[in-house]
Write a protein that binds this ligand. Structure first.
Ligand SMILES: [Zn+2]
Length: 444
């Protein structure tokens, strides 16, 4: 019998030392499991001369070879079909098929046993509870229920808490909005791009103001950066008259980070995962705040398709270790995932994160939500063009915002841009996840 309470006062407020002991114990246990049950992991570790017993302290874990998406892809498509040698349980125990979205190539197949799937929902439940989801909530899920993981575990997690879950699967955007209105739904989960897009559709096509005409009080935003970018979060919260919480996970990893009601950075679900941050250029481990790096993550307690020291390429930065006002001791990240290591490119010798540009564009009320960044080469010199849309209700002279824009971009990114202002509605629109950064330097 489930009480629907996902606040574990022991686990979630463990002192640092105790939490690290727990993490070490769980790390050793999943490492041993993978070594004994997955031919892929056994051969990877044997190749590196590593035995599970070699790991005695948390400092030892950097001896464990990392994994990355390309390795997972290469291992799949073979027996036991289609998961290949990573599969660590008899295939009869697999109850769920999911896959990655394939935005960076061939999708990675992901199997779960019923126990693993329950774990996935459980880890989401801790996050939703921290965001104030309770049994009286009516939660609307406007996503395409399909082969991609998307909000599937969010659906099951909300049910575990005792919420009433409304699956808004094949409905179109207008029908979803009308259904939310009709049922007085109180909560919603979607990607930031879709959250902004839905509000736009509500106003333009249906003449509804989501902040006044709908009853949504909280929104869990996942799938891309957005809720971690202050200006984007503010736009979403104002449009919906709701609190917006950042949440993050990936098909291969599971759900690993969430913002709580204090909205003070992204808590890592440390009882379920071990996060390391690596310097993008040197590969050294970063343990202190003040420097961004690429995430290497291990998932505990999920056994069919182990995820051990997975190089996720998410760019993150530690927050100082201090107790959050919510009471949880799980360590937080400053902001959230600020980009992908693949997207963080050197432009004119400066490391540029596209999210920093978004933060500037969306903090200027005269501009719309859409923008596009293109990097090209003029001779030997990098050239960056930033296209923006003028806000639909802005009637003044847009050139007047240019000095403020130039100054903010210099401050946040250290770079100069060719600025182009376009009429509202002329830049490409994206349904679920946006692709606004285009690096064309190596494509000529
Ligand atoms: Zn908190």
């Amino acid at each position: 019998m489930n009480s629907g309470e996902y606040w574990n006062p022991v686990l979630e407020t463990l002192p640092r030392e105790k939490l690290q002991q727990l993490q070490l114990k769980k790390f050793k246990s999943i490492l041993k499991w993978a070594y004994e049950n997955s031919p892929f992991y056994r051969s990877l570790y044997k190749g590196a001369g590593l035995e599970p017993g070699d790991i005695k302290t948390l400092d030892d874990i950097t001896k464990v070879p990392k994994t990355e998406k390309a390795m997972l892809r290469e291992a799949q498509g073979k027996e036991p079909y289609p998961y290949g040698s990573i599969l660590s349980v008899p295939i009869e125990q697999v109850t769920e098929y999911r896959q990655t979205s394939g935005t960076t190539g061939q999708p990675v197949y992901h199997p779960e046993t019923w126990q693993d799937w329950d774990w996935s929902a459980e880890s989401w439940a801790y996050a939703l509870y921290a965001q104030g989801y309770r049994d009286y909530d009516r939660v609307f899920l406007p996503f395409g229920y399909s082969v991609n993981i998307a909000f599937w575990a969010g659906h099951y997690a909300a049910e575990k808490i005792g919420c009433e879950v409304v699956p808004g699967g094949v409905l179109d955007t207008e029908a979803r909005i009308l259904k939310m209105k009709e049922l007085k739904a109180t909560a919603l989960m979607a990607t930031p791009t879709y959250i902004l897009g839905m509000a736009d559709t509500a106003r333009k096509k249906l003449g509804l103001d989501p902040a006044k005409d709908l009853n949504i009080k909280k929104i869990t935003a996942a799938g891309e950066p957005g809720a971690c970018i202050p200006a984007t979060k503010k736009r979403m919260e104002e449009m919906w008259g709701a609190k917006v919480y950042d949440q993050i996970g990936a098909t291969e990893i599971g759900h690993w980070g969430f913002e709580c009601q204090a909205q003070a950075g992204l808590h890592i679900l440390e009882a379920f995962h071990l996060v390391e941050i690596e310097d993008i250029e040197t590969g050294a481990t970063i343990t202190e705040p003040g420097k961004k790096g690429s995430m290497v993550i291990t998932t505990f307690d999920r056994f069919a398709h182990p995820c051990i020291r997975f190089d996720s390429k998410d760019v993150i930065e530690w927050n100082p270790v201090e107790k959050c006002e919510c009471g949880r001791t799980f360590r937080r990240l400053k902001g959230g995932v600020v980009g992908r290591a693949d997207d963080i490119t050197k432009v004119k010798g400066v490391l540029l994160a596209p999210t920093a540009i978004e933060e500037v564009v969306r903090s200027i009320p005269e501009l719309g939500d859409e923008y596009e960044v293109t990097v090209t080469k003029k001779g030997d010199i990098d050239d960056i063009t930033l296209k923006m849309e003028i806000a639909p209700d802005f009637k003044g002279n847009i050139e007047a915002v240019e000095p403020k824009l130039v100054q903010q971009l210099r401050l946040k990114t250290g770079l100069r841009y060719n600025l182009e202002f376009h009429n509202y509605g002329t830049l490409p629109r994206y349904g679920v996840k946006a692709k606004r950064f285009k690096d064309l330097r190596h494509k000529e």
